[in-house]
Design a protein around this ligand. Structure first.
Ligand code: A3P
Length: 296
């Protein structure tokens, strides 16, 4: 799979992001031998009917929801020992996938067309996480800057335009969100549960209970409270960061858990950038019924 240095479309921006290019679709450079072969074969992998997929555009809160769903499905308020990257579809081989113990709580940022067909035939459950794209842009900017594999250290100014263009791994937030909406509309009855990051921040107990109902797991209020507390941002930052390899991060400082807030974008977007973003959002999302809150 060819590694490329992905440029943005802006003439005044000479930064690049180092990513993998699969026929014009971009994913990160995972340290997996024969990565391209595995990725291309994924559509043929075998699913299990109790597989669950956490799907989201990057930086929507995948780690948070994956941790909650992992605890709910084990029916134990206990820290998940692994990090979510070990069960991320686009970063593992078929052999690894086959050897994961059931129930497999997987996660991914890729389009459904790349996932195992069998997963959809077996009607495996999907939890889809959405977050407002302004906070995603800020979070992804920090992610791209801090993770050394991307070789990126550009200014925020150019990055906002790059984000709008979707010149990054997993492409455009707008395309992804519209595609997910299309899937939900065209597959009525498919077991897919939507969680909004902002709703989780507003009332995590309510959202964890909704997740438990969707997953059909019977959990006491006490268990929900314990899971909620273990998955609190500060606690996850402290207890999950220890599993990250510092050498992969700028200044040896793992940054997967950054701020964990709604509307941090207000500290980053200038008035002009915000106006530009709003105009483009209105245009691109004109047909969408997804209701997104940019602040609480
Ligand atoms: P910020 O960069 O805005 O802080 P993902 O898991 O999809 O990569 O998303 C990462 C974003 O979710 C980061 O956002 C991260 O800090 C935030 N996040 C991770 N764990 C969280 C938690 N337990 N509660 C709230 N936000 C969390």
């Amino acid at each position: 799979m060819p590694e490329i240095k992905l440029k943005s479309d802006s003439e005044d921006d000479d930064t690049h992001l180092r990513v993998m290019d699969i026929d014009g679709y971009f994913i990160p450079t995972f340290p997996l031998p024969d990565h391209e072969k595995h990725f291309r074969s994924m559509a043929g992998w075998r699913a299990r009917s109790d597989d669950v997929m956490i799907s989201a555009y990057p930086k929507a809160g995948t780690h948070w929801v994956w941790e909650v769903v992992g605890m709910l499905s084990r029916q134990k308020a206990e820290r998940i020992p692994e990090i979510k990257e070990t069960v991320m579809m686009e970063g593992i081989s078929e052999e690894t996938f086959d050897n994961i113990a059931s129930p497999r709580i997987m996660n991914t940022h890729i389009y459904f067309k790349y996932l195992p067909k069998d997963f959809f035939d077996k009607k495996c459950k999907i939890v889809y996480v959405i977050r407002n794209p302004k906070d995603i842009a800020v979070s992804f900017y920090n992610h791209h800057k801090k993770l050394l594999e991307y070789e990126f250290n550009g200014p925020w100014e150019g990055y906002v335009k790059r984000f709008i263009q979707g010149k990054m791994d997993y492409g455009s937030w707008f395309d992804y969100t519209l595609e997910m909406e299309r899937f939900i509309k065209e597959n009525p009855g498919y077991p897919i549960h939507v969680v909004l990051y902002e709703d989780m921040k507003e009332d995590s107990l309510r959202e964890i209970k909704r997740l438990a109902d969707f997953l059909k797991v019977d959990v006491s209020d006490e268990m929900v409270r314990k899971i909620d507390s273990l998955c609190h941002f500060d606690k996850m930052k402290k207890e999950k960061n220890v599993n990250e390899d510092p050498s992969e991060w700028r200044d040896n400082n793992p940054g997967m858990y950054r701020k964990g807030q709604v509307a941090d974008w207000k500290n980053w977007f200038t008035i002009a950038q915000n106006d530009m973003f709003n105009t483009i959002y209105k245009e691109k999302m004109a047909s969408s019924k997804v209701e997104i809150r940019f602040s609480l």
